[in-house]
Write a protein that binds this ligand. Structure first.
Ligand SMILES: C[S@@+](CC[C@H](N)C(=O)[O-])C[C@H]1O[C@@H](n2cnc3c(N)ncnc32)[C@H](O)[C@@H]1O
Length: 276
């Protein structure tokens, strides 16, 4: 699918203003904001920060490592990984508005020297071979049809023995999805695939699968809690993913949750390793 159509789906104007306004309602400013304060808006995947932590804890990241975040979005997971594990993180993402916004957020929280974000495609990464000690990707493969090419390029930029973790929405059963969903306005920009298809692409690149975990139940609980909080507060919190997804947020989430409830899709973690 054309990169420009995927980036157009996510593109959004005025993100920094919207985030600064949301922070203001929470009594924070760019000078006082922390990595944790930003989590509701800069972790664009099911389960937010908690899901990042549960997923990244499996990758054994350490302070000396150079880590790659593929499809980093605003860089929330990258900033969290740097703060929690001490590693330095490079993020790459198709959507220029996300990368530009993410760089400002890095400066606000004082991580501009340890988290580097750049615009580019996961299918043609501008990095040297063996450049990274680990890589991860959260909720990105649903936009990438050519998973073999993706896995081959990730394999190339990782050093031997490195971990590659994926946390994506995957097809887990039959059934049609209704659109829009958070990652696509129309079916043409959605590339949902089953865990087996990921595994086939990973193994063809040379990765070995070391762990797999279906997060369907955690996802349904997350959305039930989100719904209860939103209803209890009479609307969304000042900072949330509605800032990124716009007016169609409720419909996108409802369509995705319907697909998860019916068993058509689920968030799934795959942890793999490049041969040592
Ligand atoms: C749902 S968001 C997830 C962002 C981030 N990983 C997170 O969890 O907060 C999906 C992201 O994947 C990016 N993306 C989609 N296809 C891509 C590609 N071929 N190369 C790089 N980024 C891509 C989009 O621009 C978008 O920022």
């Amino acid at each position: 699918m054309p990169d420009k159509d995927v980036a157009a789906h996510y593109a959004s104007d005025g993100l920094i203003t919207a985030i600064r306004d949301g922070l203001g309602k929470l009594g924070k400013t760019p000078a006082t904001v922390t990595v944790d304060d930003l989590a509701p808006v800069d972790e664009f995947h099911i389960g937010g920060r908690q899901a990042s932590e549960a997923f990244l804890d499996q990758l054994t990241l350490t302070p000396s490592q150079r880590v790659l975040d593929i499809g980093c979005g605003l860089g929330g997971t990258a900033r969290f990984a740097t703060e929690r594990y001490g590693c330095s993180v490079t993020g790459i993402d198709l959507t220029g508005a996300f990368v530009d916004t993410g760089k400002v957020l890095c400066d606000w929280v004082g991580l501009g020297d340890r988290v580097s974000l750049q615009q580019g495609s996961a299918l043609d990464m501008p990095f040297e071979s063996d450049a990274f000690d680990a890589a991860y990707m959260l909720h990105v493969g649903m936009n990438i049809a050519d998973k073999r090419q993706l896995c081959a390029d990730v394999y190339r930029v990782l050093r031997p023995g490195a971990c590659f973790g994926i946390y994506d929405l995957m097809r887990t059963g039959a059934g049609e999805l209704r659109y829009p969903v958070p990652w696509a306005s129309v079916p043409e920009t959605s590339a949902l695939a089953a865990p087996d298809e990921y595994q086939e692409a990973l193994e063809s690149a040379g990765f070995t699968l070391t762990a797999e975990r279906d997060r369907r139940d955690v996802a349904l609980e997350f959305f039930a809690n989100l719904r209860a909080r939103t209803m209890g507060a009479g609307g969304p919190a000042p900072l949330g993913l509605h800032v990124l997804m716009g007016d169609t947020t409720p419909l996108k989430i409802a369509n995705m949750v319907a697909g998860i409830s019916s068993g058509t899709l689920a968030p799934v973690e795959l942890v793999t390793r490049k041969a040592g």
